[in-house]
Design a protein around this ligand. Structure first.
Ligand code: NAD
Length: 270
């Protein structure tokens, strides 16, 4: 079979594996299955330890993107280890402090909003800038966004606006890198998944089950489907896509008027 994606033998940095359910893990595993070399970046030494058996024999670096200078240190360490140039980067990182449970959006605390912005949106800019000298000319950078920035889920709260900032940052990076490179930046807009990040969102299970009913196929998205589409974005097969968002949501964003849900809402006894 021909190697359609042609990622074999290329090197990709994947940031954001926390466990076997992580979007980043599905992407990394799929890249490795296609013969690519994956360089990992995780949040902390403790996380690296818990991943010891999963990531055995792979290069694993530590980068807490909240810390000033951490992305520069990561870039220098990757280059020093002889792992550059990178043909692609996956930014699959987010954090929001939901420890106080559900709050109305206007009750968002400045400290929480700024911390989540630094980790979940600005880190893409920081990472791109630090890695710039170490990227192959046609490298592809993919960040994991959300499938719709228009909807306003109460329980997702201030992460909605921050994901909007992430998406905009990706577009601006695509423009600014175009001055002297052909590096592309795209967002994979994923629908609801089952991962540890989503488990931390107050009331997520109900939202997840509801989302399933909204998909055209009545079956929720699988993380592997997000990984598959990300591999396409990482590969040169998507060379015409830059500064855009590829939505992978099994149709749910187009299904406001699902007849079964309308029946349940209007005639719950039927
Ligand atoms: P996850 O918890 O497995 O991954 C989130 C990662 O962010 C973890 O590896 C965590 O260590 C990392 N992280 C948090 N703070 C960090 C910091 N300061 N420095 C470095 N890394 C840090 O959950 P996931 O669902 O795989 O999330 C990956 C991405 O997918 C996130 O951007 C998330 O918003 C996005 N996403 C998830 C869903 C979903 O339903 N799970 C849907 C759409 C988009």
């Amino acid at each position: 079979m021909s190697d359609f994606l042609n990622v074999s033998g290329k090197t990709y940095l994947v940031m954001g594996v926390a466990n076997k359910k992580s979007v980043a893990w599905f992407i990394a595993k799929s890249l490795e299955e296609q013969g690519a070399r994956v360089v990992y970046s995780v949040r902390s030494e403790a996380r690296k330890k818990t991943l010891e058996s999963l990531l055995a024999d792979r290069p694993v670096f530590i980068c807490d993107v909240e810390q000033e200078g951490a992305c520069e240190q990561l870039a220098a360490a990757v280059a020093q280890a002889g792992l550059a140039p990178l043909h692609g980067v996956v930014h699959s990182v987010a954090f929001a402090n939901y420890s106080e449970g559900f709050k109305p959006f206007h009750g968002t605390k400045r400290k929480d909003f700024l911390q989540a912005t630094a980790i979940s949106a600005f880190s893409l800019v920081d990472l791109a800038n630090a890695l710039k000298p170490h990227l192959a000319r046609h490298a592809s950078v993919v960040t994991i966004g959300i499938s719709s920035l228009q909807v306003t889920p109460d329980n997702y709260g201030y992460m909605g606006p921050i994901k909007a900032a992430l998406e905009s940052c990706s577009r601006f990076l695509a423009k600014s890198f175009s001055a002297d490179t052909e590096v592309r930046f795209n967002v994979l807009g994923a629908g609801p998944l089952k991962t540890s990040a989503s488990a931390g969102i107050p009331g997520y299970i109900e939202s997840y089950l509801y989302a399933e009913k909204l998909t055209f196929r009545k079956r929720n998205l699988e993380t592997q489907e997000v990984a598959n589409a990300t591999l396409f974005l990482l590969s040169e097969r998507s060379s015409g896509l830059n500064g855009t968002t590829l939505v992978v949501d099994a149709g749910l964003g187009s299904n406001f008027f699902d007849k079964d849900l309308i029946r349940l809402a209007m005639r719950p006894d039927k």
